[in-house]
Every structure is written in structure tokens, then in C-alpha cells.
Ligand binder design. Structure first.
Ligand code: PEP
Ligand code: MG
Length: 578
């Protein structure tokens, strides 16, 4: 019987295949009390299972194929760290020794303790790190049971139409599936920023996660369609539905091939105006994805992700290595490193004030937080400056709004440089400094920024949220989050116009830059630098290649003059065909 399940779309595309159910390591483990004479042996049994898993992770890392997504190595490192974390290991050994639990019981008990700590975390990214702890625990349980690792399962299933259906899949295990021909993933657990989702996206494989109960409802060999754009999973579809999706799938493949042909074409409009397409990245490893996608640089490196999994902010040396790795990967192309933007929907768990702030989005976030923690900020500035000796680095500051904030920031940059001079460490003395324009107050006082800084980047995600007073993470008001609100459009247009009049480069690095339906609008406003997720690059390039700038100016001016919805609709319609 056909039925449909709904989950979270995390990796686009359509997959059609047959279900391959991946049995989870059962967490329903034996519980028994040890005889005191068995305790040492039980600790040794646990340690040996831990060593087996370490060996498995090491082998996976050594065997990473060259084309593995950049994040894979980092994920395996995270799993190794968890495997050896005292919070896990010491507690398990203690439970074995003091309570005389068998190793499996001790391990699942400690897992529950750790998982409970994650339950209350509001931040989606951090909450999902809980899955990593569960995945590592499952591996150790499998090793304790003497069960084969996933690679054996994969080797035994030489089908080429597999859609993996599982409760959850560890990113390292997904890589094993990559060596087989398989079509997609469906998991019961996970969210948009789960590692599984990130890997599925970078492998370009359709996936839906958070599909509640999928692994219980789907049977082995069921025919499945994944609509990765909408997070829909159709099980045992009717022939007409199957036909419709096969058709859509072939249309997409055709479109994809057409887009790939654009990869090496320069991004320029019909009238010959060159446009810079840059990438947004979150980890140093993403720099390779950016270059491979044909980006001419990184317009936004969100460094807060380096801080998020850590109990304490990474030391200068670790940060320096990360930034250096990213800039070296760019081979001379610019890398725009944004200083840490925490607070609001991206809290650091070590930063206790966010929990008590009455309104975190309006509180101590981004540059405000950095300026309130000058030691941490100076450490990051020194690390970034040192990386500038290895390539073209620019520094971008988030959420500036006041002249004194800009001046204080510049003073700290001077201080960081002086500290490096005193220590005899190298940096580029001419490193360019820029500001995000993401608060209406900033957009309304652009000249104040232009006098003090070298470049601007418009963060439309926050500019929209702050202009319309709509929390970008609040589903209840999501329908009011409108990038085309006249107030938003005017602020963006004004920022671009004033920056250009001053001869200062300006980019857009919010989601709007990667939305192909907004490309003509931004071009018509005069934008020449777009920074986006690398996967959006070719679609935006396609729009650029079809655009003739002189034809766009008029409809965009009409749009900017309009305030009534009907007038705006009419101007947008003219823009679409201009
Ligand atoms: C933005 O606000 O548009 C932006 C790019 O920054 P973030 O999404 O990281 O807040
Ligand atoms: Mg922002």
C-alpha cells in the first residue's frame, strides 16, 4: 500500500530506488552486575572495544578517497575525540568499578547522562552534536558484541538501486556507502545541520532526514521515491506517481548537465559586465569546495563554527592553523574571514549570558560580544592576521552599527598588529578590513562606514530580520520574513549606491545572493559581487549570463519607487522579462 512520509529536506534532487534497511546497533543491551573478581576483565573488555573502534576510525580516515567531502576528516576527528573524552571513558570505567555494571550497561547509562545535557540546548547545530555521541556509542556497543562494522554490510550488498533507510547514519558510514552505487538516504533522526545532512549535501545525494519512524514503517525492498527538495518520501508509489517522478528526475539531470557546462564560463552579463561570484564557507575544509565550484574567492568565512564544538575558545595557534589551511587552499584567491558572530541563534554554550539575555537577537551578539571580550577578540585577530602572510586575507566584522564600535574595532586591529610586531610574527600590513551591513542603522549611515573601512558586505539575513522585526528562526512569523519588503529593498539599494559612489567594493553575502530569483533584482540595483553557498553558484551564474544590465535598471527603479503590493508585482513581472 502506498503511503507518504514527511521530513526535513536537506539535500536536493529526486531519488528512486528500493529500500535497504540499516539495522541500528541495538541499544537494548544486557544489564548484569559483575562479580568483584570480574571487574578488571570488564574494564579491559571495554578498553579493547574502544581500541577496536579507534582502529576503525583511523582506517576510515586513512582510506578517505581524494574526492571525499572536506568535512569528512573533521567528522572522524570529532568521533575520535568523543571516543577518548574523559566525560565518556572515565565515567564508564567508574560505573564498571563502583557500581559493578557490565560494560554495555555502563556505556548506555553514561550515554543517557550526556544526551540529557543536550536536550535543552536551543541551538540546532549544537543539539545535533548529540547524534555524534550516539553514533560513537553504537560503534563501541557493536565492538563489544563482536559485530562486524558497516563496511562488511556494504560489501555484501552489491545492489545498485539502494536507498538507505535508517534510524540515523554516522557520516563516516555514509562515506562507506559512497563507494557503492546508491541513490539516497532517509533517516528517522537529524535536522538541517546534522553532519549526515551536511555530508549528503556535499555528496550531492538526495536525502530527507527527521522522517519520524521511517525505519519502522518502511520494509526491506519497498520501492521508494525521495523528493529531496521537499523532504517527502513516497513508499510503494502508484505507477502514475512513479512515472511522474521519473520524468522530473530526467528533466533535472538534463538541467544539471546544462549547468555544469557553465562551470568554466566567466560570469558576465550579455553586455559584457563581469560579476564576481564568491562562496560562503563554514569550515576551512569548505575552501576546497568553494574553489571546485568555480568561486573567485570566499566572500564569507563564518568562523563561529570553529568555536562551537569547543568547551573553550580555540587557542591562537589552532585558529591560525585553521585560517592558514583555508587561505592556502585558495591559491591566491581572496578569503574573507568574518570574526566570530555568536549570540542569538548561534550561542556558545560556554557563554552563559545568552541564556539570561531577555532578547538575545537584540543583545550581546557578534561584534558586541567580541568587543566585550577583548582578550578573546585579540587572539582571533592575531590568528587571522598571521594567516594573511600566506595568501590574500580580508577581515570582515559582523553587526557593526555605531561609529565608536568601528573605531574600537580598528583600535584592536592596530593593537593585534603591534603585538605581532613585538613577537616578530609576520602578517600582511595592508590587509583589508570590512563591515557587514546587517542592521538598518548601518544601512542608513553607510558614509560613516565608508570613511573608516575598505569594503562592505550586506548580510541580508539579519538586515531583513532587524528591518522587519522578524526573528529569522521563529516559524510562527516565518511568513512575514520578506526579502522583497520595500523597506528592505531600499536599504540594500541605498547601501550599494553609496558604496559605489565612494568607490568602495560592496557584496551581498546573505541568502539573497544565492537565490537565482533575486539575481536580476540585485544586478539592477548595481550589485557586482555575490557571495553564496557554493551549490548555488551555477544557478546564479546562469541568471547572470542571461541578463542585460541596461534593461534591468528601469524596472528596478520602478520597483524601488513602489510601495503598494500591486505596483511591486507589476514591476517584478517587468523585471522578469526585461
Ligand atoms: C547575514 O546576516 O546575512 C549573514 C550572512 O550572516 P549570518 O547568516 O551568519 O548571520
Ligand atoms: Mg548575520
Amino acid at each position: 500500500m502506498s503511503f507518504t512520509l514527511h521530513g526535513i529536506p536537506v539535500s536536493r534532487g529526486i531519488a528512486i530506488g528500493r529500500a535497504y534497511l540499516l539495522a541500528p546497533a541495538t541499544l537494548d543491551v544486557p544489564h548484569y552486575l559483575l562479580d568483584p573478581s570480574q571487574i578488571d576483565d570488564e574494564v579491559a573488555r571495554f578498553q579493547s572495544a574502544q581500541a577496536t573502534v579507534q582502529q576503525e576510525l583511523d582506517t576510515l580516515k586513512e582510506e578517505l578517497p581524494d574526492d571525499a567531502p572536506g568535512e569528512m576528516g573533521a567528522f572522524l576527528d570529532v568521533h575520535s575525540l568523543i571516543l577518548n573524552d574523559t566525560l565518556l571513558v572515565d565515567a564508564v570505567v567508574k560505573l564498571i568499578r563502583e557500581r559493578r555494571y557490565n560494560a554495555e550497561w555502563a556505556l548506555t547509562t553514561q550515554l543517557e547522562v550526556l544526551v540529557a545535557r543536550f536536550e535543552d540546548i536551543e541551538d540546532e547545530y549544537l543539539r545535533e552534536r548529540r547524534a555524534d555521541i550516539e553514533q560513537v556509542t553504537e560503534r563501541v556497543l557493536k565492538a563489544l558484541a563482536g559485530a562486524p562494522g558497516i563496511r562488511h554490510v556494504v560489501a555484501e550488498t552489491p545492489r545498485d538501486d539502494m536507498i538507505v533507510v535508517a534510524r540515523d547514519i554516522a557520516p563516516a558510514d555514509m562515506l562507506q556507502f559512497k563507494s557503492q552505487t546508491f541513490k539516497g538516504f532517509v533517516t528517522d533522526l537529524g535536522g538541517k545541520t546534522s553532519h549526515t545532512a551536511i555530508v549528503a549535501r556535499s555528496l550531492g545525494i538526495p536525502a530527507a532526514v527527521g522522517v519520524a519512524q521511517a525505519s519502522l514503517l518502511v520494509k526491506q525492498d519497498d520501492v521508494i521515491i525521495i523528493d529531496g527538495d521537499h523532504g517527502i518520501v513516497i513508499v510503494d508509489p502508484a505507477p502514475i506517481v512513479l512515472e511522474e517522478y521519473s520524468y522530473r528526475q530526467s528533466e533535472r539531470a538534463l538541467e544539471e548537465r546544462r549547468l555544469q557546462r557553465l562551470k568554466h564560463s566567466p560570469a558576465q552579463t550579455i553586455d559584457g559586465t563581469p560579476i564576481e561570484l564568491l562562496a560562503n564557507i563554514e569550515l576551512p575544509e569548505d575552501a576546497k569546495t568553494a574553489v571546485d565550484a568555480g568561486a573567485v574567492g570566499v566572500g564569507l568565512f563564518r568562523t563561529e563554527f570553529l568555536f562551537m564544538n569547543e568547551e573553550e575558545a580555540p587557542e591562537e595557534e589552532a585558529q591560525f592553523e585553521a585560517y592558514k589551511r583555508a587561505v592556502e587552499t585558495m591559491h591566491g584567491l581572496p578569503l574573507t574571514i568574518r570574526t566570530i558572530d555568536v549570540g542569538a541563534d548561534k550561542p556558545l554554550d560556554s557563554h552563559e549570558t545568552y541564556e539570561t539575555a531577555p532578547n538575545p537577537a537584540l543583545g550581546l551578539r557578534a561584534i558586541r560580544w567580541s568587543l566585550s571580550e577583548p582578550r578573546m577578540f585579540l587572539t582571533q585577530l592575531r590568528a587571522i592576521l598571521r594567516a594573511s602572510a600566506f595568501g590574500k586575507v580580508q577581515i570582515l566584522f559582523p553587526m557593526l552599527a555605531h561609529a565608536q564600535e568601528i573605531d574600537q574595532t580598528l583600535e584592536l586591529v592596530r593593537e593585534a598588529k603591534a603585538q605581532l610586531d613585538a613577537a616578530g610574527l609576520l602578517y600582511d600590513p595592508n590587509v583589508k578590513l570590512g563591515a557587514m551591513i546587517e542592521v538598518p542603522a548601518a544601512a542608513l549611515t553607510v558614509p560613516m562606514f565608508l570613511k573608516r573601512l575598505d569594503f562592505l558586505s550586506i548580510g541580508t539575513n539579519d538586515l531583513i530580520q532587524y528591518t522587519l522585526a522578524i526573528d529569522r528562526a521563529d516559524n510562527a512569523v516565518a511568513h512575514l520574513y520578506d526579502p522583497l519588503h520595500p523597506a528592505v529593498l531600499r536599504l540594500i539599494a541605498m547601501t550599494i549606491r553609496e558604496a559605489h559612489a565612494f568607490g568602495v567594493p560592496v557584496a551581498v553575502c546573505g541568502e539573497m545572493a544565492g537565490d537565482p530569483t533575486a539575481t536580476r533584482l540585485l544586478l539592477g540595483m548595481g550589485l557586482r559581487e555575490f557571495s553564496m553557498h557554493p551549490s548555488q553558484l551555477l544557478q546564479v551564474k546562469q541568471e547572470i549570463l542571461r541578463a542585460h544590465l541596461p534593461d534591468l535598471e528601469r524596472p528596478v527603479q520602478e520597483l524601488l519607487a513602489a510601495t503598494e503590493p500591486e505596483e511591486m508585482q507589476a514591476a517584478l513581472a517587468r523585471l522578469a522579462v526585461a
